[in-house]
Design a protein around this ligand. Sequence first.
Ligand SMILES: [Zn+2]
Length: 179
Amino acid sequence: MPSPIGHALGGALFGGLAAPRGAATTVDRRRWTGPGAAWWRPALLLGLVGTLPDLDFVLGVHSRYTHSLGAAILAGIVGWWLSGRQLSWGLAFAAAYGSHVLFDWLGDDTTPPIGVMALWPFSQGFYQSDLHLFMAISRRYWLPGFWAYNLTAVAWELVLLGPPAAAVWWWRARKTAGR
Ligand SMILES: [Zn+2]
């Protein structure tokens, strides 16, 4: 499962594909996502949404309900509501949040339960692809090689996700500037 950095890049990447440009929103009034907002503000917001599912660490129930289709739909409803009921912001929040579930499914997991409860509330099963596209982040900080291993994992996430995320936001910034 990717690090928070990988998840934030995923949220910015997938959310950025769906987020609207311009259009006044409730969030807008705080100058976060409106036409006058710097491009990085909505990118940061959606990146943050992409990291939210892992807050379940605090609850001690990792990779379950917050890592699901149901939770992604809920995130979409929250985004839709926060933006003054704009469908595209709802889709952006759902996409940013859903990217987390997708990446955890695509990644490697070494801590049971293996995989994520991706289809909850329709299924309580845990799912994990065989692709292992992302390295499992180690939380065993007492082991030798902890830092070298995790830095390699994060470097791989940056290589894989940095260029497409940058491309999406470069393209959005150009469109917003009317070029
Ligand atoms: Zn996760």
